[in-house]
Design a protein around this ligand. Structure first.
Ligand code: IVH
Length: 735
């Protein structure tokens, strides 16, 4: 993006620009701190922050109350108790060049100008790329641990921090202050990160982006045993509130931490001159790739605590410390080919296969190209897109790993482009199943989605497991005993490829038994390994009797005539959730009719000439139906499924005759005999209107245990309140 130089901004432009930067930086802070999902590199973020500062320096009167320079980080996420730090957790000023470091030291010298023979010493240590945490010890006992949050208020993650082996529950040795908040960095090693990725891939779990974000996510777990399984580590490097200084200097204080049982960086040194500091910077930089965890610079701090106190703070940062950042590591290589991977939700993701190259000690062979527009460098309207680059097969590219394990392409070396290189043609069919791949138009913005998706919803192998899991899930077909775990098992064993196969499982009983038995064996073996004990009297697979199996087959059979709305929802058509499925069921009454209209609509040039106008159904849904029913490849799968399953035609039960027909009903509290969405669908089928809150228009309130304020409003308004059983009786569903 081209930006006007700060020197040539007018006052009103500067005002505008500061406003924009405040909002943009706040958003990036939130993504980074609250969501652990940054969307720009550290270098880009720093560039925004520097521009903000530069403008503020030129126009000091324009500094906003919500300026990024006045705050640190983002507010804490919901869900954990808040902890106000007794002493705020600060961030660090940054230096990018040797000159910046010299300026830092010079500022110090000038500040202490009057003390001519003052002997300022500094420490230098790695800047760990993790999450800072503050650990409060009272009389040597770990009592509370918190995240940084916005610097003033963090989150109480004591239980999770207690699972980290590097964090002592009780301080060792002696001489610790009565109360001290030890501060340091929680991080994840590359080895642990890779192991977690492997485990996750094996079980079809989520993908993890980088160690830092994964460490952040691990610290925010509700269940501390999950945190424990992540084997996080901790380095202590600072402290907050303390009833006494650990020692008179920074260096000796950190050595004390070590005596008290903490891990401290072995690369911390004390230095007297800028040359020594820079030498340590280069030394650490050389070791960077062999450390086994991410660091993104070297932190220099004034060593003498007395001088630290005298030099003091600016907003959010100590004056007496600076982080000397490493430049992003870059390398040049060539793009050998571009592959398209199909994700579990059908997104076509382009990946550049590179001639292998080492960047910062790691061999890089693949790099994501994000999406179609990114590769072209412009969007479908021909507008150049931000950060997009025209990448072609054969191109020489500069790649970078910036404080992060994910490599990215920084630029294409146009001078080295082969004469015959042509713009990359993004496929319009799915490489996995051959179905058309389309880009959706967002109904609200009218813009095309940047992602192209496979429309082979039922047949695409890349999406199959995800679809099957959805098909059997609670709001959908709700087949008891057939959860995600069994679906994965049957899918991997080749027993269930499409939804129809679920209903023929019974015919393949021996193979199902074998798959289940093998899983049991595997689980037993893992347990044995973990406990070190061996099992006695192991029964052979044939001897096992799977009583559960008959139950499972019975549960499957019980679902051969599902309600139409559940069935439509179970198909997993994009944008068709439970509510829309119910609307469609009501409108079309039978699956055959929906299919007929769906296919006609797909064929029509203008879908509106065929598809009826229905309240609550817009173009997004109509287009999704067109894609689904227009894709002939879905036909066979749907036919096979309908040979097994016969959705019940949708009938307005009793409706007009029903006691609740035409009434406005509110459900509150928890229901025990059905889910909230079932209750709602049932009431609507009977012609009732279901509202979310109680008002004078409400006719009836159905209250379950835990009903709160709505109940009170109802009684104030004199509205009839009944319990779930009475409700079921009234609609003729009791017993
Ligand atoms: S000292 C008063 N030392 O960097 C100074 N911070 O940009 C407080 N960090 O929030 C920080 N390694 O998460 C310090 N050796 C180190 C560090 C370090 C990583 C992080 C820390 C802090 C951030 C500031």
């Amino acid at each position: 993006m081209s930006e006007k130089p700060v020197e040539s901004l007018s006052e009103s432009e500067a005002e505008q620009e500061l406003k924009r930067l405040a909002a943009e930086i706040a958003e990036h802070d939130r993504r980074y701190h609250t969501e652990d999902a940054p969307t720009i590199s550290d270098a880009e973020y720093d560039a925004l922050a520097r521009r903000n500062l530069a403008i503020e320096e030129r126009f000091p009167d324009l500094v906003r109350d919500d300026s990024p320079s006045r705050r640190v980080g983002a507010p804490p996420a919901e869900g954990f108790a808040k902890v106000r730090h007794a002493v705020p957790m600060l961030s660090l000023a940054k230096a990018y060049t040797d000159q910046d470091v010299a300026d830092f030291i010079e500022r110090g010298r000038r500040f202490f100008d009057r003390d001519k023979d003052l002997d300022i010493a500094f420490t230098a240590e790695p800047k760990i790329d993790g999450l800072s945490a503050s650990l409060r010890y009272e009389n040597g006992v770990f009592v509370q641990g918190a995240t940084r949050g916005d610097g003033a208020v963090g989150e109480d993650i004591t239980a999770n921090l207690k699972t980290i082996a590097d964090i002592p529950k009780k301080l060792q040795g002696s001489g610790w202050p009565e109360v001290i908040e030890i501060r340091g960095e929680v991080y994840m090693t590359y080895a642990e990160f890779e192991a977690l990725k492997q485990r996750s891939a094996a079980t079809g779990g989520q993908d993890y982006v980088n160690p830092r974000n994964t460490a952040a996510g691990s610290l925010r777990q509700k269940d501390p045993s999950v945190t424990a399984s992540r084997n996080l580590k901790f380095f202590a490097y600072a402290w907050g509130y303390a009833t006494a200084d650990p020692a008179p200097t920074q260096y000796d204080s950190v050595q004390k931490f070590k005596e008290w049982g903490f891990k401290v960086s072995p690369l911390m040194v004390r230095a007297k001159s800028i040359d020594e500091l820079i030498a340590q910077y280069h030394h650490i930089e050389e070791l960077r790739s062999s450390l086994g965890y991410d660091i993104d610079g070297v932190v220099y701090k004034v060593d003498q605590l007395e001088l630290q106190r005298r030099w003091g703070f600016v907003t959010g940062e100590p004056r007496w410390a600076v982080a000397h950042k490493f430049p992003a590591e870059q390398a040049m290589t060539t793009v050998e080919k571009i592959d398209i991977q199909v994700g579990r939700t059908g997104t076509l993701a382009p990946v550049a296969r590179l001639a292998p190259v080492t960047v910062g000690g790691v061999v890089v062979e693949n790099v994501t190209l994000h999406n179609e527009d990114y590769i072209k460098g412009f969007d479908s309207n021909g507008q150049p897109i931000r950060d997009g680059i025209d990448v072609r097969i054969g191109d020489t590219v500069v790649i970078q790993r910036a404080g992060d394990v994910i490599p990215q392409i920084v630029s294409v070396v146009i001078g080295k482009r082969p004469a015959n290189a042509v713009p990359y043609e993004f496929p319009h069919t799915c490489p996995v199943c051959g179905s058309p791949a389309t880009r959706e138009i967002n109904e609200k913005t009218g813009k095309e989605d940047s992602r192209r998706r496979c429309t082979g919803e039922l047949i695409c192998a890349a999406q199959a497991v995800e679809r099957l899991r959805h098909f059997v899930s609670r709001g959908a077909m709700d087949i008891e005993g057939l959860g995600a775990e069994n679906i994965d098992l049957f899918f991997n064993a080749g027993l269930v490829k499409t939804a129809a196969d679920i209903f023929t499982l019974k015919d393949r009983r021996p193979a199902v038994t074998k798959a289940l038995a093998e899983r049991r064996e595997e689980q037993a073996r893992l347990r044995e390994e973990a406990s070190g004990k061996t099992r006695k009297n192991v029964r052979s697979i044939e001897e096992r009797n799977y009583e559960g199996l008959d139950k499972l087959f019975a549960a499957i059979d019980a679902r051969r005539e599902p309600e139409l709305d559940r069935f439509i929802f179970a198909l997993g058509i994009r944008h068709i959730g439970e509510t829309t499925a119910a609307v469609l069921a009501r409108q079309f009454s039978t699956i055959e009719e929906l299919i007929r209209v769906g296919k006609e609509t797909a064929k029509a040039e203008d879908p509106h000439t065929v598809f009826p106008s229905i309240n609550g159904i817009g173009d997004t849904v109509i287009n999704a139906l067109r894609d689904f029913f227009g894709n002939e490849r879905n036909d066979d799968v749907l036919d096979a499924l309908l040979a097994q399953v016969h959705p019940k035609p949708y009938v307005m039960e009793i409706s007009a005759g029903s006691e609740v027909s035409g009434k406005t009903v509110v459900f509150t509290g928890s229901l025990e005999k059905m889910t909230r969405s079932e209750a709602k669908a049932m009431a609507e089928r009977l012609g009732a209107k279901v509202a979310g809150s109680v008002s004078a228009k409400t006719d009836l309130v159905v209250a379950g245990p835990g009903a709160g304020s709505k109940l009170k409003v109802a009684s104030d308004l004199g509205i009839e309140v009944i319990d779930e059983d009475t409700w079921l009786q009234r609609i003729g569903r009791a017993g």
